[in-house]
Design a protein around this ligand. Structure first.
Ligand SMILES: *Cc1c(COP(=O)(O)O)cnc(C)c1O
Length: 363
């Protein structure tokens, strides 16, 4: 079932048991599915997100992560609100794209892709723009692998009395955080990232008191997170419209495996070890990382092309035949490629990868 390892930021390498969980057909209205799988997932996600479980709820939504980001912004931001988007990469920019499509009242504070979102800038901006009601930011910008200072940003946003929306797509489940402690009102992630499920749905961890204001806001039926939540809540795990049953079953298995591993902290430590083996090995071969170590996440790492003659396509092809699929770069200012550390992959896989890269560049 594994012709090669996906060293990508999702879809990623999943365990044999997660894949096997998809081999049964599930009925959406049977309680085996909704009560025992969907409701347990919703409760489990809130528990992963905070210790104050009664203040938050989880909404699951069909589609990829972007659908959930769009659904959240579209269900939260009314014409009376003004959104401030903080961006230092493609996923922050995508929130800007969503705001444009929806004709939202918004401002975008753009930062360099190789620099963290500046907390001082955010402070200054909010101090001078009182009309802002909500702030949206990406936790780990998967574009480069940069980790934004979420704690400091959240603190600043709360000091100014604004609501906070966080795209924690590529970090939730792999980097410890508590939404209540940070003051996050809506946090978005998806099935195929650090929880190590397969693609097909995403989820929103919402502060109940804020979600209550979302009734009737969305201009889209299928992306209305309030309506989706209400149906799930009243119907004990019932989704509106066909749900990705096999994907949901696989996700439940993935959540059980996260718990068996020791939870988010243990998973974070494994990703950190993966990252350390990768970076030490790559540096020993002469590769340089795009980012400074101090702002780098353990999720995905960008490496600079070693020289102008470097042929990424050929490098990619060679590594694939050796059992590893890596990822192209996504930024304009430098030629880079990316290697993901998340998924059902371990430090020894990265040692093997380094050997494979060594033999590829020597050939
Ligand atoms: C993966 C990801 C998304 C969602 O992308 P999809 O292609 O819609 O799944 C959004 N934000 C970040 C930071 C991501 O890593």
């Amino acid at each position: 079932m594994r012709p090669y390892l996906l060293l990508t930021p999702g879809p990623l390498t999943t365990s044999e048991t997660v894949k096997t969980a998809m081999m049964t057909d599930w009925c959406t209205w049977d309680e085996d599915y909704n009560v025992h799988i969907v409701e347990e997932i919703r409760k489990g996600l809130v528990k992963l997100a905070t210790h104050k479980t009664d203040e938050y709820t989880a909404v699951l939504l069909q589609g990829s992560g972007t659908y959930c980001v769009e659904a959240t912004l579209g269900s939260v931001i009314t014409p009376k609100h003004k959104l401030l988007i903080l961006s230092n990469g493609a996923y922050g920019d995508r929130m800007g794209n969503i705001a444009e499509y929806h004709g939202m009242n918004y401002d975008m504070l753009a930062f360099d892709e190789t620099e963290q979102v500046s907390v001082e800038y955010v402070d200054d901006y909010l101090a001078h723009n009182a009309e802002i009601t909500h702030v949206a930011v990406v936790h780990c910008e998967t574009t480069t692998g940069i980790l934004n200072p979420l704690k400091e940003i959240a603190h600043m946003v709360k000091m100014h009395g604004k609501k906070l929306i966080v795209d924690a797509m590529s970090s939730f489940g792999g980097v410890p955080l508590d939404v209540e402690e940070l003051g996050i009102d809506f946090m978005i992630s998806s099935a195929n990232k650090c929880i190590q499920g397969v693609p097909g749905f995403g989820f929103i961890i919402a502060r109940k008191s804020e979600l209550a204001h979302c009734k009737g806001v969305s201009r889209s039926l299928s992306l209305d997170i309030y309506d989706q939540w209400e149906t799930m809540e009243k119907g004990h795990g019932k989704w509106r419209f066909t749900s990705p049953t096999h994907v949901v079953r696989a996700f439940k298995q993935a959540m059980d495996e996260l718990e068996a591993e020791g939870g988010v902290q243990a998973r974070h430590e494994r990703y950190c070890r993966n990252h350390e083996v990768l970076v030490a090995g790559m540096r020993s071969l002469g590769f340089k990382t795009l980012l400074d170590d101090t702002i780098q996440s353990p999720i995905i790492t960008s490496f600079l092309y070693p020289d102008a003659a470097f042929d990424f396509k050929e490098f990619y092809k060679q590594l694939k035949t050796k059992g590893f699929v890596i990822y192209p770069g996504k930024i304009s200012q430098a030629d880079t490629f990316r290697i993901g550390n998340i998924g059902d992959v371990f430090p020894e896989d990265f040692s093997r990868l380094i050997d494979a890269i060594k033999s590829t560049i020597k050939a």
